[in-house]
Design a binder for this molecule. Structure first.
Ligand code: COA
Length: 295
């Protein structure tokens, strides 16, 4: 479709394979992830009283993806809404859910990151169409999981032009057409990420009064292998503490952190009491980090 090569993509991004939806919707993937998380948590869908889906690629404007997930999984007691913070979405949704739990408004929540960015990508634009993949990940978070670790979240709308996705609808009385374009200044986003992510990790560690030695893993948004490597280097940390799976999924936006967490859990690498830093960045521009103690 575009002039590129497998070698260029592997060397500049680390991506080797991706999953692209054909008939599956964002709701479908989110529901599959939700069911797996509920099964893993050993609870019933009826026990969920809040569903937040982080997505910027829902298939319809409303009902929101979270309500559709509720219907699909039978979480009849939940109230539901979507949250759009692009690739930082899971981190923002996780903190939103934790705040609702702490306020007493709910007791058991489902937080999901789900994206079908393949529908928004311009497949003629080689600087973006090689990066993104579709996917979903989910986590169940309940009050008994203990106090929340520290979090730091940032947005800077002045930098928003670096990564945009605009939808143009024609006027109602004309024939209906719709065009969506994802546009990115790759170099600007790259430079933003390698500066801001280490900074926000330092910031959250200071807030949590933790040293880097007390962190087992840094779970970074999986955008580009070179970004992850650069963050590790700037922090002076071993790359072994930065698990990656983007070679198999590409950048799945708000789904990347929960997909990586799930894989680490399934491989037995996550142990009770380990401290993790989750860190994300993306359109907005937005970025942030949270310290999580694995329970
Ligand atoms: N195949 C071959 N060549 C490509 C290419 C592709 N898929 N995409 C870009 N190029 C070319 C450019 O046209 C440019 O050519 P030129 O020098 O003749 O003008 C050259 O490669 C270098 O372009 P540049 O943009 O400097 O490459 P890069 O090393 O910065 O890599 C990205 C491009 C997009 C991979 C990189 O900037 C990146 O990953 N940025 C962060 C993006 C990101 O993570 N976004 C999501 C945030 S949530």
């Amino acid at each position: 479709m575009v002039e590129t090569s497998d070698t260029w993509i592997r060397e500049r991004t680390g991506v080797e394979a991706r999953h692209i939806t054909e008939t599956e919707t964002t709701v479908f993937m989110a529901s599959q992830a939700a069911e797996a998380a509920i099964l893993d948590a050993g609870i019933l869908p009826e026990e969920i009283d809040l569903i937040v889906v982080a997505t910027s690629s829902s298939n319809v404007i409303f009902p929101c993806t979270a309500c559709e997930v509720q219907r699909a999984i039978g979480a009849v007691h939940a109230f539901c809404f979507d949250l759009n913070a692009a690739c930082t979405g899971f981190l923002f949704a996780y903190n939103t859910v934790c705040s609702y739990l702490e306020s007493g408004l709910c007791h058991c929540a489902l937080v999901i990151g789900a994206e079908s960015l393949s529908h928004l990508v311009d497949w003629q634009d080689r600087s973006t169409c090689i990066l993104f993949g579709d996917g979903a990940g989910a986590a169940v978070i309940c009050v008994q999981d203990g106090p929340r670790g520290a979090s730091v979240l940032h947005s800077d709308g002045r930098l928003g032009d670096a990564l945009t996705c605009e939808t143009h609808h024609q006027s109602r009385w004309q024939e209906r057409t719709e065009m969506t374009h994802l546009r990115m200044n790759g170099r600007a986003v790259f430079q933003f990420a390698v500066k801001r992510v280490p900074e926000v990790i330092e910031e959250v560690l200071e807030k949590a009064e933790l040293s880097r030695a007390e962190i087992t893993y840094y779970i970074l948004h999986q955008a580009n292998q070179r970004i992850v490597e650069s963050v590790a280097k700037r922090l002076g940390e071993s790359l072994e503490k930065f698990p990656m799976n983007l070679s198999r999924y590409g950048n799945t936006s708000s789904a990347s952190i929960p997909i990586l967490l799930d894989e680490l859990k399934k491989s037995g690498k996550l142990k009770k009491g380990q401290r993790l830093v989750l860190a994300g960045f993306g359109a907005g521009l937005s970025w942030g980090a949270s310290v999580v103690t694995w329970g």
